[in-house]
Design a protein around this ligand. Structure first.
Ligand SMILES: Cc1cc2nc3c(=O)[nH]c(=O)nc-3n(C[C@H](O)[C@H](O)[C@H](O)COP(=O)(O)OP(=O)(O)OC[C@H]3O[C@@H](n4cnc5c(N)ncnc54)[C@H](O)[C@@H]3O)c2cc1C
Length: 488
């Protein structure tokens, strides 16, 4: 998880409560804010990595440049570049599990003349410059990163032009007010875990009720804005609330009220060496320009990823990215996406719990491959298609299909929200918890598929483990007694 390393722009924070931006089995009692800032999120993951002894398994400054499946061996040849020495090395792995993120590939938009602006470097919010906030004079984009950046830097800028292309939704903080947690409350979380438990239960249940609002036919969609500031632009219309990701934006609204801030929704025509020209022909000077233009969310890998028949996933997904349970793709055996396949639950509820569920699923697959001497497992193409037909049919009724440009649809107003799972987070977790092995095609390593039964011993006997593992203290405590019997 590097997102919080790349995203260091002023005001960068989560837009769902911190309590849902952590692993369920490793809750943090010390979140300083309801919506924590990037630094605190990074701190949590550092503590997590240390506590679970993950650090020694991580190889930093390495970039995957190619991954090619070898059908003969059932293994993946993965080429990795050492970013310090620039040396390339190809290593062979039994399975390949990309976890490359969805919001990690910087999107620099095509705007005529952008390259002609050389006064100061044009940087993206995910490449935050070491520059004085006051020197920034224009921000393009009002998605989640843009709103947070603008809300934070605006009071410090001499002048700040905010360029907004697409309508967006801003919500009040979800679930609670955004107050700094008092030290007392945090101490209570540590000393009395039941208070932390109650707090986490409440927030998680509240986030998990959101899905019911994504279907207009299930709940009347009241298209209310927190506070329209530019009625022409932010007017009520046929575009459903939350069809794009919404962010708590109190600071952004405060920024728009400042005399030094100008909100511009006239589309940008071009960029010149001096500034920005809009369709109306107005040129406004710019000293330093920031792109808050989000990420490339095409799901296409940034490296060569070749499956069974030599097909590159980027070609397989040239029209639309399609997967099975956001984990597997037909034609790509022994490959499992974790948190970065299309049809993922980015907007359906807490995200990291889904990553956990996917990780558990992959562990179940690994265990099956390993224990049953399987060379490969590949999702059946017909199954994948049928799954996607079901998903698309359900999706039609959801707000994410509304005609609005969102990253869920690759930024296209009339696109399909391929990025998202069509059900709730809870349903996604439930589905993953019981793998449907019948949806997969398995190739055994040996001619006799039962050769894994080997010399007849179980893995426990072979490893010298507990030969009475099925006898538990819990059961002993609940032992049946003769007195339990009530005669008729
Ligand atoms: C401003 C902002 C606010 C957000 N707020 C929330 C929130 O409140 N709650 C929430 O749940 N989510 C939020 N998100 C979404 C957030 O992206 C994810 O929750 C989280 O980062 C996903 O983690 P990940 O590990 O899947 O991906 P990432 O954090 O994106 O990590 C992917 C990693 O893979 C690496 N990588 C990519 N390609 C390669 C390659 N070829 N070789 C080697 N490494 C590679 C990347 O460099 C990166 O280190 C927010 C995102 C942004 C940008």
């Amino acid at each position: 998880m590097r997102n919080r390393h790349a995203n260091r722009y002023p005001g960068c924070r989560c837009d769902l409560p911190s309590a849902t931006y952590q692993f369920s089995f490793a809750p943090y009692a010390d979140w300083p804010q309801f919506y924590s800032y990037a630094e605190d999120i990074k701190k949590y993951f550092k503590i997590f990595a240390e506590k679970f002894h993950i650090v020694s398994h991580i190889r930093l400054r390495r970039k995957v440049t190619a991954a090619v499946y070898d059908a003969a061996s059932g293994a993946w040849d993965v080429t990795v570049q050492n970013l310090e020495t620039l040396q390339m090395r190809t290593e062979t792995y039994d399975i390949f599990a990309p976890a490359t993120g969805v919001l990690s590939n910087v999107n620099r938009p095509f705007i005529p003349g952008l390259e002609s602006f050389t006064k100061t470097p044009v940087l993206h919010t995910a490449e935050w410059p070491h520059c004085a906030e006051k020197s920034i004079s224009a921000v393009i984009g009002v998605g989640c990163s843009g709103l947070q950046t603008i809300g934070t830097i605006a009071p410090h800028c001499k002048t700040l032009d905010v360029y907004a292309r697409t309508k967006f939704w801003i919500i009040p903080p979800v679930g609670a007010v955004d107050t700094l947690k008092e030290q007392e409350e945090r101490t209570l979380f540590i000393e009395r875990p039941e208070t932390l438990y109650k707090h986490l239960k409440e927030i998680s249940s509240s986030i998990n009720t959101l899905y019911g609002s994504w279907s207009p036919s299930r709940l009347l969609n009241q298209r209310k804005l927190a506070k329209p500031t530019s009625p022409d632009f932010l007017r009520r219309d046929s575009v459903g609330q939350m069809c794009r990701r919404a962010t708590p934006g109190a600071a952004f609204f405060e920024a728009l009220k400042l005399p030094n801030v100008t909100f511009i929704n006239d589309p940008i025509k071009k960029i010149t060496p001096n500034g920005i020209v809009t369709e109306k022909g107005v040129e406004r000077p710019v000293d330093r320009l920031i792109l808050a233009t989000g990420f490339d969310t095409s799901f296409k890998p940034r490296y060569r990823l070749r499956g069974k028949d030599g097909i590159d996933l980027r070609d397989a997904w040239s029209q639309r990215p399609k997967a099975y349970l956001s984990i597997a793709v037909a034609g790509f055996p022994n490959m499992f996406f974790i948190g970065c396949g299309p049809g993922i639950t980015y907007a359906n509820g807490p995200f990291l719990t889904c990553v956990e569920a996917q990780a558990d699923y992959v562990v179940a697959c690994l265990s099956k491959l390993q224990k049953q001497d399987l060379k490969s497992m590949e999702v059946d193409r017909d199954v994948q298609e049928e799954y996607n037909i079901q998903q698309e049919s359900l999706m039609k009724d959801l707000i994410w299909s509304d005609p609005c440009a969102s990253w869920y649809k690759g930024g296209k107003v009339d696109g399909e929200p391929d990025a998202l799972y069509a059900g709730s987070t809870l349903q996604f977790m439930e589905t993953l918890a019981s793998p449907r092995w019948e949806d997969w095609k398995f190739v055994p390593l040996y001619q006799n598929r039962f050769s894994f039964l080997g010399n007849g011993e179980s893995s426990i006997e072979a490893s010298g483990g507990d030969r009475a593992y099925y006898i538990t203290m819990e059961d002993a405590k609940n032992a049946l007694k003769a007195s339990d019997y009530k005669a008729d």
